[in-house]
Design a protein around this ligand. Structure first.
Ligand SMILES: C[S@@+](CC[C@H](N)C(=O)[O-])C[C@H]1O[C@@H](n2cnc3c(N)ncnc32)[C@H](O)[C@@H]1O
Length: 257
């Protein structure tokens, strides 16, 4: 039976690889690397550096494929179908890779940024391929250090306050309103800096971009003061590198304090 490891590799710092991840890397025959075009070339290189650092040369093969383009312009009602189409296109590619590039008794691996459990489609795609039934395999999941853990560690703060909930959401959702019933909100996948619309509120922001990589940028403070600073840092970094990955925690202060 073919085996697949879905390995969480941390948010960018090679030292965030767990011992479990390194063991899984060393038991892998074929690594599947999906390239998302020039702007993500840095991330592909980082994965390759991790392999060079932890797995003896020649002990594995790397198979590269082109990730399908996603229709990012589709908003509102069109958003879900666009994601569905993209998922199916990705499943077609993964299915072909597993069927054609992995021998019956071999192990393959997908290296997933951060933790595979958080805003990542690899597990859903593998389930879709199993449901299709054309190619048989079993798979295991190795948890990784997510960008959320890395963010709060770098800011030396926690995710929740004592006995309080915390919510992880997307920039798209935050733009629709601050979530109900929660004062601590982690925001990922925010291309439009949705935090700006809360700049008049009593909120502290803890922000990080390229966390764990040599390009890491951190900023924190009351949102009224920090938001313009983050906007500037973000625009400069994006201009310099051509792409950005950032995450932030919004911490709303209780009205009675
Ligand atoms: C598709 S999600 C993947 C999340 C990943 N599975 C995790 O556990 O961190 C991509 C989002 O993760 C966040 N992210 C991932 N790596 C990051 C990093 N090194 N620094 C800041 N944010 C990061 C950003 O919010 C980005 O938009």
């Amino acid at each position: 039976m073919r085996k697949i490891h879905v390995i969480g590799i941390g948010a960018g710092d090679p030292d965030q690889l767990t011992l479990q991840a390194v063991k899984a890397l060393r038991s892998t025959d074929v690594f599947f690397v999906l390239d998302k075009g020039e702007v993500k070339a840095d991330l592909v290189r980082l994965r390759r550096d991790m392999l060079d650092a932890h797995v003896p040369q020649g002990a594995y093969r790397v198979v590269e494929a082109r990730d399908p383009e996603r229709d990012r312009a589709a908003g509102g009602a069109a958003y879900s179908p666009a994601v569905g189409d993209w998922r199916r296109a990705r499943a077609d590619i993964y299915e072909r890779l597993i069927a054609e590039e992995l021998g019956e008794d071999e192990s393959g691996a997908f290296l997933v940024w951060g933790d595979p459990a958080l805003y990542d489609s690899t597990l859903g795609i593998l389930e879709e391929i199993r449901d299709r039934g054309a190619v048989d395999f079993e798979y295991t999941v190795v948890p990784g250090i997510s960008s959320v853990s890395a963010l709060v560690a770098r800011h030396r703060t926690g995710l929740n306050r004592v006995a309080r909930p915390v919510q992880i959401t997307t920039g798209r959702r935050l733009a629709e309103g601050f979530p109900e019933g929660v004062d601590d909100v982690v925001v990922m996948l925010d291309a439009h800096q949705a935090f700006r619309q809360y700049a008049d509120e009593d909120i502290d922001i803890y922000w990080g971009a390229y966390i764990g990589t040599p390009d890491e940028i951190l900023a924190a403070g009351p949102i009224a003061e920090a938001a313009p600073r983050i906007e500037r840092l973000r625009a400069e970094a994006r201009e310099r590198k051509g792409w950005i990955m950032d995450t932030y925690l919004l911490r709303r202060n209780p009205k009675d304090q």
